[in-house]
Design a protein around this ligand. Structure first.
Ligand code: AMP
Length: 401
């Protein structure tokens, strides 16, 4: 069965064509600058990348039509007709409380995704645009939505509620939703395989450290707490997002510094985090600066790791027993320095790194980095959200069929 995964952003479409159940990637690519005069498509088939520049891509429909043409035309074609694609799996950022797992897309599901747009105004409308054009271009295919929030719907109420008046939850949906669920779900299954246990038997702490970052406590295979909240702004220090802070800071910025709300929004989402602390948001540059003796970069790195350590301590307490700590995404998979800083002196929690194993582990590699005496396993696991979406899509199609 051939499954196309689609991650539609406001001006981009990321896609991958995967055969199931053998999980072979036939091709993948990215359509960028949708809506601009000069669009760009990067399309890769068996390691050979073609880049098409300067093509006008007016909207998502034009973008996906071009992808369909790339799939079907030329010497590198991977399908002969649109009907060969059995299902399209769409990444949808916000599924609210309504969606606890991936689901077949119906008119009611689309209406729900639209209704949830105020919770994810940059993402849900773009995800919906992707769904609607995929329905037109691949009419025979089942359309399935995989939600970033779904994996965290197992959180207990005491973990997902905020201590604000109850009607804000019951009337307006104010609660922790959590994000990156597809990634946390994927690496949790992979960690269980490394542990040689069923996912339902594993207690894990999974740290997705990319440009956005979140950390999740998993008990018996189910998310029981996570660091992102009502929005992806909360929790860890990120590339440009502040993570956790005292909400009273917003009153100060508004009342004392006379900052309009949209400016505060942009300050906390786009000019804070690592970039706010040291001017850079790429950990590679920050590490190089810190090594060269730059004080601001060193502080940013220290704060970044310290925030992660605090969450690991909190989640160890929440879980009671931790089988493994998992690092994933750009920083988690590549930065031995961040992993070392995070895990140093965590003997209290039974976490001890093998420094050599940690040093050699870079992107694309998966495996253990803990010392022999460590009570908690520590793994670096390459995340693969596309494959997770394809697996979930195949499962939904199987159920429907
Ligand atoms: P992601 O969002 O998962 O693609 O992660 C992107 C981030 O990973 C970048 O902004 C970098 O900060 C970080 N990153 C990528 N490669 C490295 C590396 N070799 N060392 C440290 N950080 C890295």
């Amino acid at each position: 069965m051939k499954i196309l995964t689609i991650n539609a952003g406001s001006s981009s479409i990321k896609y991958q064509l995967i055969t199931m159940p053998d999980e072979k990637v036939l091709c993948n690519g990215l359509v960028e600058r949708i809506g601009e005069a000069e669009g760009r498509i990067k399309h890769t088939v068996t390691g050979r990348e073609t880049q098409i520049d300067g093509v006008p891509i007016a909207d998502h429909k034009v973008g996906l039509s071009r992808v369909a043409a790339l799939l079907m035309d030329g010497p590198d074609r991977v399908i002969d007709a649109p009907g060969e694609i059995a299902a399209v799996g769409h990444r949808v950022v916000h599924g609210g409380e309504r969606f606890q797992q991936s689901t077949r897309i119906t008119p009611a599901v689309k209406a729900a995704i639209r209704e949830l747009s105020p919770f994810a105004p940059l993402h849900n409308p773009a995800n919906l645009a992707g769904i609607e054009v995929a329905e037109e271009i691949f009419p025979q295919a089942e359309q399935v939505a995989a939600f970033d929030t779904a994996f965290h719907q197992t959180m207990p109420e005491y973990a997902f509620r905020y201590a604000v008046p109850t009607d804000l939850y019951t009337e307006h949906g104010v609660r922790v939703y959590g994000f990156h669920g597809t990634s946390h779900a994927y690496v949790a299954k992979a960690a269980a395989a490394w542990l040689g246990k069923a996912p339902e038997a594993c207690n894990l702490i999974t740290a997705h450290l990319g440009n956005g970052a979140s950390i999740t406590a998993i008990r018996n295979g189910r998310s029981v707490d996570t660091s992102m909240g009502f929005t992806p702004l909360d929790g860890l220090i990120m590339g440009t997002r502040c993570g956790t802070l005292d909400p009273a800071l917003i009153f100060f910025l508004s009342e004392r510094l006379d900052m309009p709300l949209d400016e505060i929004d942009s300050l906390l989402n786009k000019r804070s985090g690592l970039v706010g602390l040291c001017g850079d948001n790429d950990l590679r540059d920050i590490e190089a600066r810190a090594t060269a003796g730059d004080g601001a970069a060193e502080l940013a790195l220290t704060m970044y790791a310290y925030r992660i350590r605090k969450y690991i301590g909190a989640y160890a307490a929440a879980l009671g027993r931790v089988d493994a700590l998992v690092f994933t995404a750009g920083v988690g998979e590549n930065s031995s320095e961040v992993r070392r800083r995070v895990c140093t002196d965590l003997g209290l929690l039974g976490i001890s790194l093998d420094e050599v194993a940690n040093e050699v582990m870079v992107r694309g590699q998966t495996g253990p980095i803990h010392a022999q005496e460590s009570r908690v396993a520590v793994y670096v696991i390459g995340t693969n959200e596309e494959l997770e979406i394809a697996q979930q899509t195949a499962a939904v199609v199987g159920e429907c069929g």
